[in-house]
Design a protein. Structure first.
Length: 133
């Protein structure tokens, strides 16, 4: 039986998220240090706009946002972070903690957000399990 690498499992998890839910444009797994772990669709150096979330800058910003949200909730005694949701004019970004990593998903504005949240939470749990967190 062929060995399967964690990177392949993570990419498959992201691809499954994209095919299961309409409106998901891009997704990225970022570790706690802000380093990119996996992205879907995969990044393309020649066309960086293909997946805007696959850039190192977005990975670092996602980790910073999660860290700030966790500290803010802790300071306000509101418990652990469940998700971070940012809504803009053109779309929504949802970030779920996944152990010592996080899963950030870029979603179209008119997507069915309840479906996206459910599927992303499930995918974040799979990511945490895959990474052993």
């Amino acid at each position: 039986m062929a060995q399967e690498y964690r990177s392949e499992i993570l990419e498959r998890t992201l691809k499954r998220l994209h095919t299961a839910v309409d409106g998901v444009k891009a997704s990225v797994i970022v570790n706690i240090d802000g380093l990119l772990v996996a992205a879907f669709p995969p990044g393309d150096d020649e066309n960086p706009h293909e997946n805007p979330t696959s850039s190192p800058q977005v990975a670092a910003m996602s980790a910073t946002l999660i860290g700030l949200a966790e500290r803010t909730l802790g300071r306000l005694a509101q418990g652990d972070l469940e998700r971070l949701l940012m809504e803009g004019e053109e779309g929504v970004m949802v970030v779920y903690p996944a152990g010592r990593a996080s899963l950030a998903v870029l979603v179209e504005k008119d997507a069915r957000l309840a479906h996206v949240l459910y599927a992303t939470r499930k995918a974040a749990a799979e990511v945490a399990e895959t990474l052993g967190y």
